[in-house]
Design a protein around this ligand. Structure first.
Ligand code: HEC
Ligand code: HEC
Length: 454
């Protein structure tokens, strides 16, 4: 039995007494739970998400074309949408993505020899235009500090005139060798030299200028840019105009603020089933989830090592490990820490965790309740065989992961088996049904004329 049980009994007795005094009248206990949850949410500052701002339609239209256009990749073979697809809940439905040099969509994408898995799971893009976002990427290598300065891998090369963090983020997938830019010596799908791959890894200015040369050479983009930026002279079109349009499209197309949970926060008591409400009470109460999944976005945007399994080909010098936040800060104490994910639409966005280690939401929730036990028991069930061969579960790796475990990880009190279902019932209410059907966002064609089907 949970530690809070005596508290609940005491509360019940108090209500009986108050009822006897005629103060609580004939209110059912449900109303008491309702009031307690609402008071708790108020205390934690859990308010509804705000709808996205209105963007000029021409800017969104430009952004949509760019998001689906493989022109933005060195080999003209992969678009943002390949890894963030509308039919795959703005992810790719895979544990780890496959970048340029490969074909197919989502789980059916085919791994080509000589290409590596991308080290991390492609996150969903839901509600990323919300102004409360301060941290991008699982390791926060793009973020806005408290004093308003933006920190990115491009340092001083970051152009001026970017409309926010989502626009800043859009500058990086195009520069990433394994994701979109390609390897030096690659030939694109049309048989031409991949000129974007020739630049040095840190020559962001060179990469972005070369990409803009491509975009400006397509008449359809000159027209879309002119419509989106009537006050900018064509000779001044630069990478920030592309980035701002990509951000506007993502912010408007992927904002969903009508889940049962959002309706509950707007005051609609009936929006949650009793099970979901009890699950929410657990989540924001004794299960301790609220300590990291906090605020309206359900993330503190901080980094925690919650004992996620080490899976995949890893990152550069620390491969096959991925130190997460620790590789950005070079602080050994931050190794294996990753940004707390936002949980809106989480039922749709699997596989879960920074490397897609969990292929069911239930397994992800069970991990969060008892991380150490879950790490030790993890055997990669549900992963494709090729990935299971890249699971690092030797005793040294487990010891290394557990040595920087976040003290907040895991439920502060033991939970009962039935609580898993209650937590899942709550998580289900975070999904807006409209987010499950995004086929209408896929354009029939893009200005470059490259195929959009996958
Ligand atoms: C090869 C697959 C792939 C492609 C192509 C790709 N992404 Fe991503 N995207 C990822 C992965 C993987 C991450 C997480 C990487 C990390 O955190 O280290 C990510 C992260 C992001 C994020 C950050 C989300 C968050 O919550 O931090 C945004 C936004 C995003 N991508 C947008 C884009 C845009 C826009 C494009 C096209 C310009 C694009 N992506 C192309 C795989 C891809
Ligand atoms: C110590 C902070 C912390 C606490 C407490 C916490 N989480 Fe998490 N949660 C995280 C982090 C960090 C991740 C991502 C870990 C990774 O991928 O390495 C995560 C991942 C998740 C995911 C997967 C989401 C996705 O998109 O991949 C779910 C679901 C989740 N948590 C639910 C819960 C629930 C339910 C609780 C309470 C029982 C909880 N969490 C408690 C920090 C926390």
């Amino acid at each position: 039995m949970r530690r809070a049980a005596p508290l609940l009994i005491a509360l019940g007795m108090l209500l009986l007494v108050l009822g006897g005094l005629g103060l609580a009248g004939d209110r059912p206990p449900v109303a008491a739970q309702e009031d307690a949850l609402r008071a708790r949410l108020e205390a934690l500052g859990i308010t509804p998400l705000s709808p996205p701002p209105e963007f000029p339609p021409a800017l969104v239209e430009l952004g949509q074309a760019l998001f689906f256009d493989k022109l933005l990749s060195g080999n003209r073979d992969i678009a943002c949408a390949t890894c963030h697809h509308p039919l795959l809940a703005t992810g790719d439905g895979r544990s780890l993505p496959l970048g340029t040099g490969q074909t197919g969509l989502g789980p059916a994408r085919v791994h080509a020899p000589g290409r590596m898995f991308i080290a991390r799971n492609a996150p969903d893009l839901f509600n990323r235009g919300d102004p409360a976002w301060r941290v991008m990427f699982w390791d926060g290598r793009v973020l806005v500090r408290g004093d308003g300065t933006t920190v990115t891998p491009a340092k001083d090369a970051l152009p001026a005139g970017l409309d926010g963090l989502l626009a800043v983020q859009a500058l990086f997938p195009v520069a990433a060798i394994e994701e979109m830019r390609g390897l030096a010596g690659d030939v694109d799908v049309l048989g031409q030299e991949n000129e974007l791959a020739l630049y040095d890894e840190y020559d962001f200015t060179g990469i972005w200028a070369a990409l803009m040369a491509r975009v400006r050479a397509v008449p359809g983009y000159v027209d879309l840019l002119a419509a989106a930026y009537p006050d900018v002279r064509p000779e001044d079109y630069a990478i920030q105009h592309v980035a701002n349009a990509l951000a506007a499209f993502q912010a408007s197309a992927f904002a969903f603020t009508d889940s049962p949970w959002q309706r509950y926060l707007h005051g609609e008591d009936g929006a949650l089933s009793e099970q979901a409400r009890t699950g929410a009470t657990l989540f924001f109460g004794e299960a301790g989830c609220w300590r990291c999944h906090s605020g309206p976005l359900l993330t503190d945007q901080r980094f925690h090592n919650v004992a996620a399994p080490q899976l995949g080909t890893g990152k550069r010098e620390e491969a096959p490990h991925d130190f997460g936040r620790g590789r950005v800060t070079h602080d050994p104490a931050e190794r294996y820490a990753f940004r707390t994910p936002s949980l809106h639409e989480v039922t749709l966005t699997g596989p879960w965790f920074h490397n897609g280690a969990y292929t069911t939401l239930e397994a992800a929730v069970r991990h969060m309740i008892a991380p150490v036990e879950s790490l030790r028991a993890y055997d990669g069930a549900g992963l494709i065989a090729e990935l299971r061969a890249n699971l690092w579960d030797d005793p040294d790796t487990l010891a290394a992961v557990l040595s920087t475990l976040d003290p907040l990880a895991g439920s502060p009190v033991p939970l009962a088996e039935a609580d898993v279902d209650l937590l899942l019932a709550f998580l289900e209410t975070l999904a807006d049904p409209a987010a499950a059907d995004l086929a209408h966002l896929i354009p029939e064609s893009v200005p470059s004329g490259l195929p959009v089907e996958d």
